[in-house]
Ligand binder design. Structure first.
Ligand code: ACO
Length: 333
């Protein structure tokens, strides 16, 4: 039986992922732009990434990950109260990709909406899902983190095109007693740093036109060094804040699943936190930065390969365009 509102919490009961089968290696990129495997590997930690086919859209990847998560949770789509999709590369400007998945899953009674928080979309999405459940409004929520950044990067710009990949991950969140699953959440943003990472055209400020296309305004623009400096501080802040909220210390955490943007950012964060590398999940070498997809993809990998054990305390920490950053702490059971 589900507890009264004041005693409600939420827990992850199923995970899934889908990454397109097509692999693009650093050696492949050497033939496309002036770069090298050595430069990419030493500066970012990436060896290869997955790239969606021309005909594959955000909802196609999200649907596969969602079905896997529902299957592992043993939950039918018709039981879902909401679908939340963290993405900045939805199928269309609107409607929300969540609504497209709702239709394809047959989740008849579910509300659907997207969360636009760049790489933080998944963590923000789970925080929202947790709030909806803990407040008693809903019992079962599907959250997807998905992006197809290959469709918005400039494949002639070596400074950005080597960094990103495509992929989706999903979780099912269900009501439980408070304190059982999610132990704390934290979300933050700083819009004064919006120019560090953005797609400047195609919105209402600079609508799509032949001119915006000619000057490449619809491509992702990034000031990589600025993002790098801020990311380390933001992730450290997010870890401290969520631990304080849950009244735990970093020593209580069994596994850290960070956003996968750059191996040097991950190394800097775990050194600042004083945790050993074996407590940090890293898969950037195989997928690159899949934006909202990175954390749920990594989560599904550690669930399925047995690295995550029942009772483990897991810390997710992320940052992205906005700038946005955030964290989430949960006990896996
Ligand atoms: N291959 C070879 N050379 C390159 C490449 C490449 N792919 N890209 C850039 N270079 C060159 C530059 O032109 C520059 O050359 P110069 O010295 O002759 O001018 C040189 O390499 C050094 O460039 P830097 O930008 O200083 O390289 P840096 O060490 O800062 O690494 C990087 C760049 C990898 C982008 C790094 O700054 C980074 O990872 N930043 C964080 C990015 C990030 O996390 N983005 C995702 C945010 S999450 C989201 O919301 C999507």
């Amino acid at each position: 039986m589900i507890s009264p509102t004041s005693l409600r919490g939420s827990k992850i009961t199923g995970t899934g992922r889908y990454c397109p089968p097509r692999v693009l290696t650093n050696e492949d990129l050497e033939k496309m732009v002036d770069t090298s495997d050595e430069w990419i590997l030493t500066r970012t930690g990436i060896r290869e990434r997955r790239i969606a086919d021309r005909g594959q859209a955000c909802s196609d990847l999200a649907l596969e990950a969602s079905m896997a998560a529902l299957h592992s949770a043993g939950v039918g789509a018709s039981e879902l109260d909401a679908i939340i999709v963290g993405t900045v590369t939805g199928d269309m400007v609107f409607p929300a990709t969540a609504c497209l998945i709702q239709e394809r899953l047959g989740a008849k009674k579910a509300a659907g909406f997207d969360v636009s928080a760049a790489c933080c979309g998944f963590v923000y999405g789970v925080s929202n899902g947790h709030a909806l459940i803990a407040s008693g409004q809903m019992d079962k929520v599907l959250i997807v983190g998905v992006d197809i950044l290959s469709k918005i990067v400039d494949w002639k710009d070596r400074a950005t095109c080597v960094l990103f990949g495509d992929g989706a991950g999903a979780v099912v969140l269900e009501a439980c007693s408070a304190g059982e699953g999610i132990l704390g959440t934290y979300m933050k943003s700083d819009g004064s740093l919006a120019d560090l990472l953005q797609v400047p055209s195609g919105g209402s400020r600079d609508p799509a036109s032949p001119e915006t296309c000619a000057r490449g305004g619809h491509y992702l623009k990034m000031k990589g060094d600025g993002v790098f400096k801020y990311a380390v501080r933001a992730m450290e802040d997010a870890v401290k804040q969520v631990l304080d909220r849950a009244n735990l210390t970093i020593d209580d955490v069994d596994l850290i699943i960070p956003h996968q943007a750059n191996i040097r950012i991950l190394d800097a964060v775990h050194k600042r936190l004083g945790v050993s590398a074996d407590r940090v999940v890293v898969n950037i070498d195989r997928y690159g930065n899949t934006s909202s997809g990175t954390i749920p993809i990594a989560l599904d990998e550690v669930v399925r390969n047995g690295r995550l054990k029942k009772g483990d305390v897991v810390l997710m920490v992320t940052f992205g365009g906005g700038l946005t950053w955030g964290s989430l702490l949960f006990r896996y059971n």
